[in-house]
Design a binder for this molecule. Structure first.
Ligand SMILES: [Zn+2]
Length: 355
């Protein structure tokens, strides 16, 4: 845990070469993070009545063939990662799979194009709200495969990107959704990584929402031209929301009426409703003068505390049910820079990282 008086920071890792080599290298650099995540997954499987590890791994394996077809290079990275960490591939794969959970978590996002920013830049911005202990699982990762543009991302154990931007200025951010039609298929993390290999908005949108998926995030995909899309997906369908006015806010509930019937339980989303409306109201006032400090201002908001835009652990809840903003990031797609705040944005500073 954080010592008093020390500044929070994320580890920085990087790798290049073949996909397999990248996996091995990141696996070695993030082994401790991967081992913690493995331990945590085993514990959460054991906590499900009647669930055995072997049964869970067998369930996870069923979504591998569709992924091998969709993005075989990433499966190669994961095979390398298994070697680098010393964790069996079956287990590494299971760490990427969506086990039924039904828990509504967080994340608040903003995207804005150059017509509203002070410096004429396009920004994709994200608060990452997960379990407080997930803070130690994140690395700032720079990956440059030999056949892809390369990206900088905030990645779990250096591998699974929760947000990222590539050298072509394509960004991937977004929000957890809880659709009611999940099935065996491509896990929701895989399209996030594939978006970061694409050089144009058309290809990136295709990568974000593959047929054959088993689940989906709300994938926010932007480019340096200020094309801003929010792809509200479920396993079987999606809607593509476009930032017609040049800016967009998204949290964790479906906004598209087409998607309302896929919402698993709207009663779990009051935090999301408050964060959405609050962020929209605060951000609207800033249009025309938006800069990095604007995002800190909006994303540090505490209305609705502790389940506010800047989220803090609710002491009334058990550790597994607590949610915290563990990072905040503003990708400047115009200059290909990432402004990253480690920990709650109300406490930390946004520091600049170059691609
Ligand atoms: Zn705060």
């Amino acid at each position: 845990m954080q010592k008093k008086g020390t500044e929070k920071a994320f580890r920085e890792v990087s790798a290049s070469g073949s996909h397999y080599q990248i996996g091995v290298s990141i696996g070695k650099q993030c082994r401790d993070q991967a081992l913690r995540m493995e331990k945590h997954l085993k514990e959460s499987i054991a906590s499900v009545p009647g669930m055995k590890l072997e049964k869970a791994l067998a369930y996870a394996r069923r979504s591998l063939p569709a992924t091998e077809e969709f993005y075989p290079e990433y499966v190669e990275e994961l095979e390398g990662f298994a070697e680098g960490t010393g964790i069996k591939f079956d287990m590494v794969w299971a760490m990427n799979v969506d086990f039924p959970d039904g828990r509504g978590r967080g994340c608040t996002d903003i995207a804005v194009n150059s017509e509203w920013t002070k410096d004429d830049c396009v920004y994709a911005v994200h608060n990452d709200d997960v379990s407080p202990y997930n803070f130690q699982d994140i690395s700032i990762t720079r990956i440059k495969p030999k056949d892809e543009p390369g990206f900088i991302g905030l990645c779990y154990a250096g591998m699974g990107p929760t947000a990222g931007m590539n050298a072509a200025g394509i960004s991937l951010t977004g929000n957890a959704l809880v659709p009611n039609d999940t099935k065996i298929g491509i896990p929701k993390m895989i399209p996030c990584r594939k978006v970061l290999r694409e050089k144009g908005i058309y290809q990136a949108l295709q990568a974000a929402m593959p047929e054959g998926r088993g689940h989906s995030f709300n994938n926010i995909v932007c480019d340096p031209n200020g094309e801003i899309y929010s792809l509200e997906g479920s396993a079987t369908t999606f809607d593509a929301l476009y930032a017609e006015d040049g800016w967009m806010i998204h949290t964790n509930h479906y906004l598209s009426p087409k998607m309302w019937k896929f919402e698993d339980n709207m009663h779990t989303w009051f935090s999301s409703i408050v964060r959405y409306n609050r962020a929209k109201k605060l951000f609207k006032k800033e249009l025309g003068k938006v800069e990095v400090s604007t995002f800190k201002k909006v994303l540090s908001d505490h209305v609705g505390y502790p389940e506010s835009i800047c989220r803090h652990p609710d002491p009334a809840l058990g550790v597994e049910d607590q949610t915290q903003t563990i990072l905040s990031v503003a990708f400047d797609l115009t200059n290909r820079a990432a402004w990253i705040c480690a920990g709650n944005p109300c406490e930390g500073e946004y520091k600049k990282y170059e691609l």
